[in-house]
Design a protein around this ligand. Structure first.
Ligand SMILES: Cc1cc2nc3c(=O)[nH]c(=O)nc-3n(C[C@H](O)[C@H](O)[C@H](O)COP(=O)(O)OP(=O)(O)OC[C@H]3O[C@@H](n4cnc5c(N)ncnc54)[C@H](O)[C@@H]3O)c2cc1C
Length: 489
C-alpha cells in the first residue's frame, strides 16, 4: 500500500516531531504554572494576554498593582492610519504618508517597526478593539502629523483598556494575580523558564514556571535616578525635574531582562514634557500635574521671554532646557483665566476646571500689578513689565517678530492688561520612555550580541515602544505600539 520512500518520510517526520518537542517542552505541561507568564497588566500586557488567550494558550498575568491598566487608565489617544473617522472628515491617509511624517519628526525612529506600524495600526488596534466593544469617537491633529491621526475612544485609553480586560475575563485560560511583584526570572540552560514572585500584601514568595515570559512592565519615567543616569547628551540636564508618570514606572522589567541576559537600547531617549506643575499633594515635591493656557506669555527666571509658547514641543523643550535655571512662569491676565485648561485623568471630563490650581497660592501667584506679581514669583519686576509690554506691542502689530508665534491679528492672543495678573511656575517633567529592552521584529528580547534570549519577550513601553519615537515623542505612539508589540509577541 505505501511505498518505501513514503514510509521513510513518515518515520522521519515523526522522529523530527519528537526531537522538536523534546527541545521545546523542557518541562511536562502539567508541571508548568502556565504556558506563558505576562508580567504587567497594562495595555501591552493585556494585548499580549488576549492574543495568546484567544489562540488557546494558558496565560498567567501578574501585576504588582492591585488594578489593571497601568498608565493607560490615565492616558488619551492612539496614532492610527486610514480610519473611518479620518475618511468621514475628508482626510485620505495612507501608510506611506504616515511613515514619511513619522520618520521626519522622530529623526531616527526604527524604520522597520515604523513601517510595520503604519501598515497595520488600523487592523491591529482600531478594528481589533472596536470588535471588542471600544468606541472610537474622534481624531485630533499634532505637529508630527500632516493630517489628524490621534484617535480617541469615548473614554480615552480607558475605553480600550476596559474592552481588553473584559475580553480577557471572558477567556477561561487567562488568569490574573494582583499585588504580585516579579522579583527575578528563572533562567535554566540559557532559557527563561519562569519567574520568582513576591506578594506585596502577604510577602509570600513563589517560583512559577512557564514556557514563555513576556515582560510588559512599562517604562522608567517614574525613576528620576534612572532617567538622570541615562540623560540625553543632546539636551542640557535640568536642575529640577518632576515625575509625570506613575511611580510604578521604575524600570523593574529592565533589570529582570538584564538579569536574564538581554540588552537595553536607546536608554537616553525620553519624552520630557515642558509643562510640569508641582503637585501640591506630594510632600516630596517631585510629582507633577499638568495644564496650560494658550494665551499666556512665558518668562524665564530673569523675567524674559525665551520661546514660541505655542510652537513645536520638541523646539520648546530645547529652548526651555537652555534656560538657567530650567523653569518658567506662564503669565496671563483675568481675561485668560477661563482658557486655562488642566490635562490628565482627574480633569479628563472637565479640563477647564483648573480653578483649584489657579486659586491655590502655593502654585499660582495672583496680584493686582505686574510688579507685585514679579516680586511674589521672585523675578525682576522691571524685566517682567518690559516683557509684557513688548508682548502687547507684538499682539497689537499682529506679527510676533521675536518668536514667530503669530503672523496676523486673527491668530494673535489677547493683550495681557486686565488685572488681576497670574503667574504659574513650570518645570520639565518626565512622561514616557523611548528606549528600553532590545527586541527583534517578533518581540523576542535580544542580547548585546543580537541573539534571542530564549523564552523571553518584551512588549510596550518596556521595549521603548519599539523605538518608533526615535529622538522625539509623538502623540499616541506609546499606547499604539503597546498594543501592536503586545500582539506581535
Ligand atoms: C498621564 C499620562 C498620559 C499618557 N497619555 C498617552 C496618550 O495619550 N497616548 C499615548 O500613546 N501614550 C500616552 N501615555 C503613555 C502610555 O500610557 C504608556 O506608554 C502605556 O500605557 C504603557 O503601557 P505598558 O503596558 O507598556 O506599561 P504600563 O502601563 O506602565 O504597565 C506596566 C504594568 O506592569 C506592572 N509592573 C511593573 N513592574 C512589575 C513587576 N516587577 N512585577 C509585576 N508587575 C510589574 C505595573 O504595575 C504596571 O501595571 C501617557 C502616559 C501618562 C503617564
Amino acid at each position: 500500500m505505501f511505498s518505501g520512500r513514503l514510509i521513510f518520510r513518515i518515520f522521519f517526520a515523526v522522529l523530527l516531531g519528537i526531537i522538536v518537542s523534546a527541545c521545546v517542552d523542557t518541562e511536562p505541561e502539567a508541571e508548568l504554572s502556565a504556558e506563558a507568564i505576562v508580567v504587567g497588566a497594562g495595555i501591552s500586557g493585556l494585548s499580549a494576554a488576549v492574543e495568546m488567550g484567544r489562540a488557546g494558550v494558558n496565560v498567567l498575568v501578574l501585576d504588582r498593582n492591585s488594578v489593571m491598566g497601568g498608565h493607560a487608565v490615565m492616558a488619551g489617544g492612539f496614532a492610527v492610519v486610514d480610519t473611518p473617522i479620518q475618511n468621514k472628515l475628508g482626510f485620505q491617509d495612507t501608510p506611506e504618508l504616515a511613515y514619511q511624517d513619522w520618520m521626519d519628526w522622530t529623526e531616527d525612529g526604527d524604520p522597520g517597526w515604523t513601517r510595520y506600524y503604519a501598515e497595520n495600526s488600523r487592523r491591529m488596534i482600531y478594528d481589533w478593539v472596536e470588535e471588542m466593544g471600544a468606541e472610537w469617537v474622534r481624531v485630533a491633529s499634532g505637529w508630527e502629523n500632516s493630517i489628524p491621526r490621534f484617535h480617541y475612544t469615548d473614554r480615552g485609553a480607558l475605553g480600550v483598556v476596559l474592552a481588553l480586560f473584559r475580553t480577557a475575563l471572558e477567556l477561561p485560560n487567562i488568569t490574573f494575580r494582583w499585588n504580585e511583584s516579579v522579583e527575578s526570572l528563572v533562567v535554566s540552560e540559557g532559557r527563561v523558564t519562569g519567574a520568582v514572585t513576591r506578594n506585596l500584601r502577604t510577602s509570600h514568595e513563589e517560583t512559577l514556571s512557564a514556557r514563555y515570559v513576556v515582560l510588559a512592565t512599562g517604562g522608567f519615567a517614574g525613576n528620576l535616578d534612572r532617567v538622570r543616569a541615562n540623560w540625553s547628551p543632546d539636551l542640557p540636564e535640568p536642575g529640577r525635574l518632576l515625575i509625570g508618570s506613575s511611580v510604578h514606572a521604575t524600570g523593574s522589567g529592565h533589570d529582570l531582562a538584564v538579569q536574564a541576559g538581554a540588552a537595553l537600547t536607546k536608554m537616553n531617549r525620553h519624552y520630557i514634557y515642558n509643562n510640569g506643575i508641582v503637585d501640591p499633594r506630594d510632600p516630596a515635591g517631585t510629582l507633577s500635574i499638568t495644564g496650560g493656557n494658550e494665551d499666556s506669555l512665558w518668562v524665564n527666571a530673569q523675567g524674559q521671554r525665551f520661546t514660541n509658547e505655542t510652537g513645536r514641543d520638541k523646539r520648546i523643550l530645547v529652548d526651555f532646557l537652555e534656560q538657567n535655571p530650567a523653569t518658567y512662569w506662564a503669565v496671563f491676565d483675568e481675561s485668560a483665566r477661563d482658557t486655562f485648561a488642566m490635562r490628565g485623568r482627574e480633569w479628563v471630563n472637565n479640563p477647564m476646571d483648573g480653578h483649584s490650581v489657579l486659586d491655590n497660592p502655593d502654585i499660582t501667584h495672583k496680584a493686582p500689578t505686574l510688579e507685585t506679581l514679579a516680586s511674589m514669583a521672585g523675578i525682576s519686576g522691571q524685566a517682567l513689565r518690559a516683557s509684557v509690554q513688548r508682548f502687547n506691542e507684538l499682539v497689537e502689530s499682529g506679527v510676533d517678530e521675536d518668536f514667530g508665534r503669530f503672523s496676523s491679528q486673527a491668530d494673535a492672543p489677547p493683550k495681557i492688561q486686565q488685572p488681576p495678573f497670574y503667574a504659574l511656575q513650570f518645570f520639565p517633567m518626565t512622561r514616557k520612555s523611548m528606549g528600553g529592552i532590545a527586541i527583534d521584529t517578533k518581540g523576542h528580547a535580544l542580547s548585546e550580541a543580537g541573539e534571542v534570549v530564549s523564552g523571553l519577550y518584551a512588549v510596550g513601553e518596556a521595549n521603548g515602544s519599539a523605538g518608533i519615537n526615535g529622538k522625539h515623542g509623538m502623540d499616541g505612539m506609546f499606547l499604539g505600539p503597546s498594543v501592536v508589540t503586545g500582539r506581535v509577541a
